[in-house]
Design a protein around this ligand. Structure first.
Ligand code: PMP
Length: 388
């Protein structure tokens, strides 16, 4: 089987597994304990926090809170900002193509009297800064705009948004879950107040993530109990996972990220050229611009349903996705493709997402192109027979 669904999750790097195994076997202490074992665990916690803080150019290590993942981070910011700042206004701005871990809490807030603006996107999956400026008003308390999209890879103008918000009361949350492994992130330069990410998208373990909280901003936690994470998130710290996350981050040097982006761009060309040479009728959903996230690729295979494509590729040994993994189980068309192309576009029912990772090879891509070609030709021949 060939795995081409790295936007859903990635396999863990052997180095990460080794680090975590070592932690579980040797440094099992509770980081809050004052004895030797506790101190060992606390040292790992501090070092890991430092690694994460440096990676996104945070000013202080304490600006990083370890959470169970981006879902918890996004929920925390949205729900707690609403609770804390509602006296300043009840308006929140987001985009039409956020992940459900942003969408769902916002939809809930709408039932509680909050006003949410969902900025539209163009065919490249990008918002317009004019629309954003227009939506921003005196009652806006939060702006939640993702850094990179998980279905089509669009890369939002985060720096420009941060600049605009610098002198506005609204707090700025960016979901960097997909961008984290590819882009150089600088929370200070981009004036980001809150940032979410998950380890399992960068060859780290599942169930661990971060929430960056700009120094000076305070949020209540949902999770009350012990005084861990400076009272911002109670519960014994999950040191093996935290250490695994930090290890995954250290493997992703800026040079490695740049090289991977080049390699992934090459894979996209390989697929486009391969399918074209084989006479397949398809279009790219979103953009092939260099600024797009390299690992996410979305294709419209004209005339064949997402479900049929996905099932046949699975049978042929290729793991791809019909959209985001969270919605892949149901047959709801992707809200991202609908926002980009409209409810009536055939694309929303005939598209697949292919996503690359560290262990994807050019040979995998050749095999994928050959398999997809065969499937499309077989189904088209069947459709033709049925017509006659
Ligand atoms: N945001 C984005 C953009 C994502 O792609 C994902 C994972 N699909 C999440 C948030 C949620 O991450 P997790 O499931 O690790 O909480």
């Amino acid at each position: 089987h060939i795995y081409l669904d790295n936007a859903a999750t990635t396999p863990m790097a052997p180095e990460v597994i080794a680090t975590m195994t070592d932690q579980m076997q040797n440094d099992f202490g509770n980081a809050s304990s004052t004895h030797y074992f506790g101190q060992q665990a606390h040292r790992v916690l501090d070092e890991s926090r430092h690694t994460l803080a440096q990676n996104i150019h945070a000013k202080k290590d304490d600006e990083i809170i370890f959470t169970s993942g981006a879902t918890e981070s996004n929920n925390t910011v949205i729900m707690q900002t609403a609770k804390k700042r509602q006296s300043l206004g009840k308006h929140i701005i987001t985009t039409a193509i956020e992940h459900h871990s942003v969408m769902k809490p916002l939809e809930y807030l709408e039932t509680q009297g909050f006003r949410v603006t969902y900025l539209p996107v163009d065919e490249n999956g990008l918002i317009s800064l004019d629309d954003f400026q227009e939506a921003l008003d005196d009652e806006t308390i939060l702006v939640a705009i993702m850094m990179g999209n998980n279905e089509v890879g669009s890369h939002m103008p985060i720096h420009e948004i941060g600049e605009i918000l610098k002198d506005h009361q609204a707090w700025f949350l960016t979901d960097a879950t997909q961008a984290f492994g590819e882009l150089e992130i600088d929370v200070q330069k981009d004036h980001i107040d809150f940032l979410s990410a998950s380890a399992h998208k960068i060859n780290g373990p599942k169930g661990i993530g971060i929430l960056y909280v700009r120094d000076g901003l305070y949020l209540d936690s949902f999770i009350r109990g012990g005084e861990q994470e400076k009272k911002r998130r109670a519960g014994t710290e999950n040191i093996p996972e935290i250490a695994g996350f930090a290890k995954a981050v250290t493997l992703l040097t800026p040079e490695k990220k740049a090289a991977e982006r080049d390699r992934f761009a090459g894979f996209k060309r390989q697929i486009v050229d391969g399918l074209r040479a084989n006479g397949i009728d398809f279009e790219v959903n979103g953009s092939l611009a260099p600024d797009t996230l390299g690992h996410v690729f979305n294709l419209w295979i004209k005339g064949i349903s997402t479900y049929v494509l996905q099932m046949n590729l699975d049978l042929a040994g290729f793991a791809i996705s019909g959209g985001s993994a969270c919605t892949a189980g149901d047959l709801e068309p992707s809200h991202v493709l609908i926002a980009m192309y409209g409810q009536d576009s055939p694309r929303i029912k005939e598209s697949i997402r292919i996503s690359f990772g560290t262990y994807t090879t050019s040979d995998d891509i050749d095999q994928f192109v050959a398999a997809l070609t065969k499937i499309v030709q077989r189904i088209q021949a069947k459709q033709q027979r049925e017509k006659e």
